[in-house]
Every structure is written in C-alpha cells, then in structure tokens.
Write a protein that binds this ligand. Sequence first.
Ligand code: GLN
Length: 508
Amino acid sequence: MKALHEMGVAELSHALAASQVSSTEITQHLLARVTQHEALGCFLHVDADGALQAAQAADARRAAGDTGALIGVPLAHKDIFVTRDMPTTAGSKMLTGYRSPFDATVVARLGAGEAGTLPGAGMVSLGKLNCDEFAMGSGNENSAYHPVHNPWDRSRVPGGSSGGSAAAVAARLLPAATGTDTGGSIRQPASFTGITGIKPTYGVCSRYGMIAFASSLDQAGPMARSAEDCALLLSAMSGFDERDATSVQQPPQDFHAQMLSARAGASAAQPLKGLRIGLPVEFFPAALAADVNGAVRAGLAELEKLGATLVDVSLPRTELAIPVYYIIAPAEASSNLSRFDGVKFGHRAAQYDDLLDMYKKTRAEGFGAEVKRRIMIGAYVLSHGYYDAYYLQAQKLRRMIADDFQRCFATQCDLIAGPVAPTVAWKAGEGADDPVKAYLADIFTLPGSLAGLPGMSVPVGFAASKEGGGMPVGLQLLGNYFQEGQLLHAAHALQQATDWHQKTPAGF
Ligand code: GLN
C-alpha cells in the first residue's frame, strides 16, 4: 500500500472499506504532516483533538456496518465556513476570537451531520484553512494572519482566495478541502497548484454559514486531486437547504454516478465521442502567456483524442466581466460587511468616545486594506446619483454576459473550455501595490461566475519557459446550468488518460 498521504479520497475510501487502515491511523498520519509542513502557512487553526475524536467515531460507524464512502476520510475547511467547535476568522482580524454557535450546512453535511436529520458523510475535519480576508483576493496575500506558500515554488503565491485549501491538497497534507468561489476562488488556486476543483451552479451548495462576500455570486465547492474525488465530496455537500433562500430545490444528486455514466454512442477508446467543446476566441488572446497556452492546448488535444470535437465560439462581453464584477461584488460586499461594527461579532476597539466613534475605530482597526477598498467602491457605486450609472448598468451587462453563454450552449457546444488564468502563479509580493493588475487576472473566471454557471479547473501540464518555473497550469471547463455531471465526466475521462493530476511537488 502507498503512504497514506499519497492516497486521494477514493483510494482512502476503498482502503477504509477493506479495513486495510483505520480513520484514526490516517488522521494521525496527516496531523503529523500538517505539523511537519506548518511553514507553508496553509492552516489558521488545527484541531488535533477534535479530529482524533471524529476519526474514532468514524471507525465506530464503519465497524457497525455503515458503508458511506466518505466516512473517516480527512479534510479541512476554508476558514470562511463557520464552525461550532473551532474558531472562524474569514482570514480577518475583525473575527479574531469569534466562535459561531452553529456549523455551516456544508460543514455539517460533510462531517457529523445536521442536528435532527440524517447522519453526515462522516469526514474528519483537521481544522480551518487560510484564505484571503473575506475571500477578497487572488493570491492569499490578503490574509490578515500570514501568507500561504505555493508548494511547487515557495516564493510564489498559491492563488486565492482559497489558497490554504489549494496548497494543503497540493502538498498532500489533505486528500481534499472545501473552498468557495465568488469570482474564481476555487478554480484559480486549483490551477496555480495543480489540483482539481469544481464550483457548482449557483444554488447547488447551501450558503448557510458561509461568511458572505457577494451573495449573488458566492458558491462552495470541493478541491481535491481528481474529478472523481471532487464528485464524491460534491454529492455529500450539495442539496437543498431551506435556510438559504437561493438554494436550488432539487433532489440529492449522485455526482459520482453521473461522472461514470457513459455517453450515448461513446466507446472505451473514445469516451467523449460526440461531446462538443466550445473555445471562445476571447479566451485565447495574443497576450495569453505561452506557458498557459501550451498546456491548455495540450489538454484540449487529449480531449480531442478521447473523441471530443473542438469548435470555435465567441463570448463577446468577456472583457466587460471585469468592470461588471468589480462593481457588483464590492456593492454586495459593502452591504454584507456592514454587520461587522463591533456590536455583535468579533473585534471591538478598546477605546472610543461614542457609538459612531466605536464603529469607526472598530472598522478601521479590524479590516485590511483590500477589504476597505471594496467597501468604499461598493458604497460609492450604490450611492444616490451613481447607482444608475454603475450598479444598474452592471446588472444589465451581467444579464448580457449570461445570454452570451446561452447562445453558445443552445446550438454550438455542450461545454466551454479555456485557460483558468492568463498566467501561472506569480511571485509573492508582485503587484502588491497595484490592485487593478490582480483584478484583470480574473478575466477568464469572472464571466462564468456572473452567469452562475458551473466551472472546473483540471490540471493539464506545466509551464515550459524559464520564467514559468515549471508551475502547474489548469484547464477551465464551463458547463451549462446543472451540468456538473457532464463536467466531471469529461474531466474524469481526461484524468483516466493522462497523469498531470498525479504529479506531486518536489519534497512532498
Ligand atoms: N479574485 C476575485 C476577487 O478578489 C475572486 C475572489 C473569490 O472568488 N472569492 O474578488
């Protein structure tokens, strides 16, 4: 048997089912690895005692004959999900010392379950993972606590905002982690660290207990080594939740079965026969890094070999997604973050004159620079006199961006593919004084987010140039609403035929 940290979710699940290993042994092994690689900065909180207790409970469940696939498999949660038994900070000083009275729905469903309902999936949570403050960022450098280092090259960022989740999976500290994606925060760090991540259709995973950034965009999803591992987690964490008003009313999905179900007319050699993959011309601009273009084209060539047909399509408002997102997301954030005023949650300034002064000092001390920038942009675009020019206009364009996708899916293609990001992971500190540069790098993930579509990042190779430093590259696959099964099917077929997703950074 392989070393326990070399095994993904499905492999651990099989080993547990065959009683080759116990959850307690896996958990102990991974806790030791987490300590050994503490310098990567992935974790904001490690709960060794809680994890070992949950592992014992999982072993007892299996011994009693419970066969749930995920029972006893470890993971950790992005620190944007609230947890009853651990602190939750959202990567912000504002929430230092905060304890939630309840678990987020996603946390409960993957773990011990929701009170008064069926048992959860029985996964063992090792702790809380670092992220950009309130999930605002693309490099994890906006965490108020410490940065996360990319395990492929520690001088580079792991991507963001789910940077701790991505680095921990890439460094084989965990077989899987939760992430959230508002404008790319699952897909982009997955691409930057060579792992697989899926952001489902808006509304598929409950937002209850996910600290809100931009509520009309926020979605949870799994980050793991393979499409198969993601499918196993997504089945457990998704589903209707009456506590989230935007939760989609649909019966529980078995994404693993959907991933495996064969296409009509497909064969073993050509599992993707008949699948039309659209390549938006706007996703392959001349300025795209050659490192990214090369790997993405290699991935597309593999998909073709597997039977898929590549067709040219157009998403003409791609560039507009940047200003539209950077109006809508800050507008919603400025409203969502107004609750952090020193009264109910977390930090409160030590000294103040009156109530207004308390609000001002608390917020000045508690929020970092990027969060303040977004609150100011959001308050501005929503203000009287500017609302029509910015916010309303952005909402209209958002609809047009979504319509562009529908035109493609209606007649031209089943899936859309392209790069996740225009470059590979950049060096830490690069562009720290230029927020707009980071915003521009979100160009390929924002359109799908604004449309509410499901999207994945799948590893397709490594940068070949000297500047690229051998960093991993992800292929983005976007599907129509509720086509997670089709996305996972295509990604799984690719991963059955290639081994990019199995590569491990040196030293891990
Ligand atoms: N990088 C984008 C931003 O900073 C996306 C973040 C996210 O998806 N949470 O807003």
